[in-house]
Design a protein around this ligand. Sequence first.
Ligand code: UT7
Length: 325
Amino acid sequence: MIKILGTGSYLPEKIMTNHDLAKIVDTSDEWISKRTGIKERRIASDNEATSDLAVKASEKALEMAGLKPQDIELIIVGTSTADYSIPACAPIVQAKLGCGKIPAFDINSVCTSFSYAFMSAYSILSTGFYNNCLIVGADTYSRILNWKDRNTCVIFGDGAGAAVIKKDPSKKGILSYIFGADGKDADLIRIPVGGSKYPGQDPSIYKYDDLYFQMEGKKVYEFTINVIPDVAERLVKQANLTSNDVDWIVLHQANYRIIEAVAKKLELPLDKFIVNIDKVGNTSSGSIPIALDEAVRSGKIKEGNKVMAIGFGGGLSWGGFIVEW
Ligand code: UT7
């Protein structure tokens, strides 16, 4: 059904290490490394917004795909930190890339955005109305983090990844998928002020912290550890595969301990998992496509491989699929 023609990624130049963070908040390299597996992350420069990261990743994906911006028929950007509340990020990416006046829209499912964008692109291509799609996952969480909150600011980094997919009847494409959301726990990951409920024009009714990203890490961790290993196991079964048939697994890089738990559940060695959390931290929507691109460019993921990708995060939401590369 689809072929992945190319991938690309972009990480801002500035590196922030755990030691750098220890100078800002009450934390340590030891705590962050042990609890998350993160050693460093990238931070966008003052003149870089999410669309800039997305464009750089997309240019690389287009180059690998051997396509020009004018060849692209559809753009979907997964992000929860678009340049503006309005307009969406995708039309800005479209114009900056120099694409035609093609449809371009965002999907915001927080850290699950790329998975949702990928499935949406796949579904749209399956209708037959479009032949190809540029799918991007891009976020600039450094702009929404509360740099006084050690519970959250040590976890995230900025970055973008992209993939170009094309309709191809000779390929199987998606072998299985599981998507879900549980809105009763929506407040576990949030920015309370700035939306339609609390627009934030009246500073007397909100606290400084409420303007920034908040996460109840422990509760989110419990949800993740309960749901994601099970999703991984069900994806394999749904595809009529055994876990050994899956060549590579790319999980949202939220915490190395979550990757270990999925490896245990599937009884697979950790070297089947693409891991870059140590270098990039949690890049939210960028997480899966950046890891995929690194694995493609290092020669790990090859044509014909079965690759399982699972995203999870705010909403709460989760979404995974197995795709034949
Ligand atoms: O991307 C969306 C999906 N996100 C996730 O899946 C994230 C899931 N959650 C996690 O990965 C983990 O919960 C965290 C990495 C966020 C936190 O790890 P934890 O093992 O759950 O720690 P905790 O929040 O239970 O905190 C344990 C202790 C607390 O101190 P007390 O109360 O035990 O004295 C915290 O105050 O660690 C303290 N703490 C820190 N200490 C040093 C919290 N953050 C830090 C810090 N440095 N940065």
